[in-house]
Design a protein around this ligand. Structure first.
Ligand SMILES: [Zn+2]
Length: 140
């Protein structure tokens, strides 16, 4: 994986200090799992205080020979908030790149689908009401 470049100092400027400290604790306590990178997208899950793990999604922008976190989102709060879960996933991806799963870009995977498999995927997605509306709009 290409390296993720963001210093603890920079994270400390974006996230509040107690949030930053909590994120580091989550990272140290191995509460971060399923960390994956797919061309400019970093994803991971964090066991927090809730029953379900929190879902983290970070978009990465290329910068020289590295990736820099650009936009962040976590299922615990509003998009753009650097919560402790975002901090934990970014720190794990930065410090332990060998723990990060590499995924092919989604568009390449889609291009490899057979017509039948592509139709199955669309039919499954159409069960999600908001996605169904979009599909109907596109096919109209
Ligand atoms: Zn969160």
């Amino acid at each position: 994986m290409d390296r993720i470049d963001i210093s603890n100092e920079r994270i400390g400027q974006i996230a509040r200090s107690e949030v930053f400290a909590k994120g580091l604790t989550y990272a140290k306590e191995s509460r971060v799992f399923n960390v994956t990178v797919r061309r400019g997208h970093l994803m991971g899950e964090v066991e927090g205080l809730g029953r379900e793990p929190y879902q983290v999604h970070v978009t990465l922008a290329p910068h020289h020979d590295a990736w820099v976190p650009e936009t962040v989102a976590c299922s615990c709060s509003a998009p753009g908030v650097w919560c402790a879960h975002v901090v934990a996933v970014v720190v794990i991806a930065r410090d332990f790149p060998d723990q990060v799963l590499q995924r092919q870009p989604l568009t390449s995977l889609i291009r490899l689908l057979s017509l039948e498999d592509a139709q199955d995927v669309l039919i499954r997605l159409a069960a999600i009401p908001s996605v169904r509306e979009q599909i109907e709009r596109i096919l109209r």
